[in-house]
Each structure stands twice: as structure tokens, then as C-alpha cells.
Design a protein around this ligand. Structure first.
Ligand SMILES: Nc1ncnc2c1ncn2[C@@H]1O[C@H](COP(=O)(O)OP(=O)(O)OP(=O)(O)O)[C@@H](O)[C@H]1O
Ligand SMILES: [Mg+2]
Length: 326
């Protein structure tokens, strides 16, 4: 049994939450199908793990077409893009490019014509004998995904007919996702158990599913494969995940910001050095949720710990700092 495959929703019905986005997409898909045209190129942005890749696969499935899944780091040269686009066999196929903000400029420019008129302009031969040729491509739908809408260049952004933001999920939706996954992986979960896991999943389906699996390990050993509130709490205590869903790494971030940098403002370079983490990981994975729940702020001068952050750690601001702030 391939658990991973089964856990991923394949239809809009299984894809829980994101109701506004789904409503708009369904209309666009229905209209495209009636016109017998491919769906317009679409860009999805939002924090990791919210279901961008899953949604692209759902769209292809609902359109009844193939999907080719790739990511920008695999398309570092024009020839990679040419190979990708000439591998499209079926009119209307979906090409999914993850981390699309990372495409090199030359590749991006080649992509423009492909998006606009399904044509590939390439040079063949070398030196004096080189000449441009154009290759007609099947019609396709490009779906781009990014954690950073701001990093997608304006000319590329403009070529997407639809742009959607994925939001963090509400607890109620995460509970549904957890129950659905629990069903698939064959573990019983009580209402309390599902709610506790949902509340600590940082609004993120991928985390909800991950936590569910970790809690299941505990349930298997301690409670006959049944997840209730008590087992969930016990697992979270062991995993170091607190009631806000924050992990040891999150707490280290906050402690560093407050103790080492006096609450900021401090730049991303200093933060990533202090934590010994990649800048992208800090900006895309750690910070978005801390910002979302109001523990830190991104300002022009750098990151700043909020009062909530001090309270969360059970600290109070130092007197000097207080004078400064007020
Ligand atoms: N709306 C949803 N309903 C049910 N399950 C979901 C939903 N969205 C995501 N999931 C589950 O969460 C997991 C993560 O989703 P996915 O890989 O699509 O995230 P992503 O947004 O593409 O993340 P990344 O930006 O890191 O690529 C999937 O395996 C899927 O099972
Ligand atoms: Mg993805």
C-alpha cells in the first residue's frame, strides 16, 4: 500500500478547506472544459505545506489531463526547459513548476513565449552557422508555485491569468484532514485527539499529517492504536511541541532574537548565522508562522520580537529597552 499516494487528495471533494479558492477554480475549470481549451496559466503562493502541489494535481485530474511535475532547480538552463516543454504529449497538459521564483532569467525569458503562444524559440547550431528556429508546442497550462510571491519577477507574474494565495487552514478544516488521513492509515482518533493535533499543526496540512503519524507511534505502543487527547498530549510532551504548535527550533529562534539581539531589529543574515540555518529555511519555514501568530514582526530594519514573544517565553523586556520602545 502506498500510504503517501492515498493520503494526497485527488479531487476537489477530497481537498479540504480553501473554499474561496476552490470555488473560483471550479468555475474556471468548468468554463475551460466547455470551451475545450486548456485552463489559464495559474500561480499559487503561500507558505510551505499548505497544498500547492496537491492542488495542481487535483486540477489536472479534474480537467482530465496529464500533469508533469518539476521544480525550478531542475530547470537551470534553457535546454532543460526545452526538454520539459517538448515532452508534453497531450494538448491541455498541466506543467507544474515548484519554486518558480528561482528560475534563471534566461530560462524565464524563454518561458514567456511558450506561455503566450505555445512556441519555443531556440537556436540550433553554433557560431556563424547558428540559426533560430521555432517549435510549435501542444497547448498547456503552466501552474507555478512559490512561497514568495514578491520574488516572482513582474513580467512572469503578468503572464499568469490567475493568481491565488493559499491561506493557513482553520482548526476545523485541519480536524477534517486529520480524520481523513487517520482513516487512510488505519488509526482510530477521538474528537479530542484530532482537535489537539489540529491545534498544534500551525495551520498546515503537511504538519497535521506528520504530527498524526508521530502520535500514532505513541498510540500503537501505549493505547492499542487509539489516539485520544491524553495520548496526543503525551506524544507532544515527548516531541517538545507546545500548545501553540511551536517546536524547539521555534523557541530557539525566539530566545536568540531576544537574548542575543535584545529583541531586534536584526537582519536575516545575522539570524541565519546565529541559528546556523539556511536563510531560505528561516524565511520560508520558521518565520511565517511566528509572524502569523504575532510573536515576531518583519520591519524595514529587520526582525523584531513583539511583547507577546516576551510573554510567551516568560520574560519581561529589560528596562533600557522599554524606555527605548515607548
Ligand atoms: N486541502 C487539503 N486537504 C487534505 N489534505 C491536504 C490538503 N492540502 C494538503 N494536504 C496534505 O498535505 C500534504 C502537503 O501538501 P503539498 O505537498 O501539496 O503542499 P505544498 O503547499 O505543495 O507544499 P510546498 O510548498 O512545501 O511544496 C499533502 O501530502 C496532502 O496530503
Ligand atoms: Mg509542494
Amino acid at each position: 500500500m502506498n500510504e503517501f499516494k492515498e493520503i494526497r487528495p485527488t479531487t476537489f471533494n477530497e481537498y479540504i478547506g480553501q473554499e474561496d479558492l476552490k470555488r473560483n477554480l471550479k468555475i474556471a475549470i468548468e468554463a475551460a472544459l466547455r470551451r475545450r481549451e486548456p485552463l489559464e496559466h495559474s500561480l499559487f503562493y503561500g507558505p510551505p505545506g499548505l497544498g500547492k502541489t496537491t492542488l495542481a494535481a487535483v486540477i489536472a485530474n479534474e480537467m482530465g489531463v496529464n500533469i508533469i511535475v518539476t521544480a525550478a532547480p531542475a530547470i537551470s538552463q534553457k535546454k532543460d526547459l526545452a526538454a520539459l516543454l517538448t515532452s508534453i504529449e497531450e494538448n491541455g497538459s498541466v506543467i507544474f513548476i515548484d519554486e518558480i521564483h528561482r528560475l534563471p532569467k534566461a530560462v524565464e525569458e524563454m518561458l514567456y513565449a511558450a506561455m503566450e503562444d505555445f512556441t519555443l524559440h531556440i537556436m540550433i547550431g553554433e557560431g556563424a552557422g547558428a540559426r533560430p528556429i521555432s517549435i510549435r508546442l501542444p497547448m498547456f497550462t503552466l501552474i507555478g508555485a512559490t512561497t514568495r510571491a514578491g520574488k516572482v519577477s513582474p513580467p512572469l507574474r503578468d503572464r499568469f491569468g490567475m493568481i491565488f494565495r493559499l491561506d493557513y487552514y482553520k482548526t476545523g478544516d485541519l480536524i477534517k484532514i486529520i480524520r481523513r488521513t487517520a482513516n487512510i492509515i488505519n488509526v482510530e482518533v477521538t474528537k479530542d485527539g484530532a482537535k489537539l493535533i489540529a491545534e498544534r499543526a500551525k495551520g498546515t496540512p503537511r504538519i497535521a499529517n506528520k504530527l498524526l503519524k508521530r502520535v500514532r507511534d505513541f498510540a500503537q505502543i501505549h493505547s492499542n492504536n487509539r489516539i485520544n487527547g491524553e495520548i496526543a498530549l503525551r506524544a507532544f510532551r515527548n516531541l517538545g511541541i507546545d500548545e501553540l504548535g511551536l517546536s524547539k527550533e521555534d523557541r530557539e529562534y525566539l530566545i536568540m532574537l531576544i537574548k542575543k539581539f535584545e529583541g531586534g531589529p536584526v537582519g536575516i543574515d545575522s539570524i541565519s548565522t546565529a541559528l546556523n540555518e539556511e536563510k531560505d529555511t528561516v524565511e520560508d519555514v520558521i518565520e511565517p508562522y511566528l509572524i502569523r501568530i504575532g510573536l515576531i514582526k518583519r520591519t524595514k530594519k529587520g526582525r523584531v520580537a513583539t511583547g507577546n514573544s516576551y510573554r510567551y517565553l516568560g520574560l519581561t523586556k529589560t528596562p533600557q529597552r522599554k524606555l527605548f520602545d515607548e
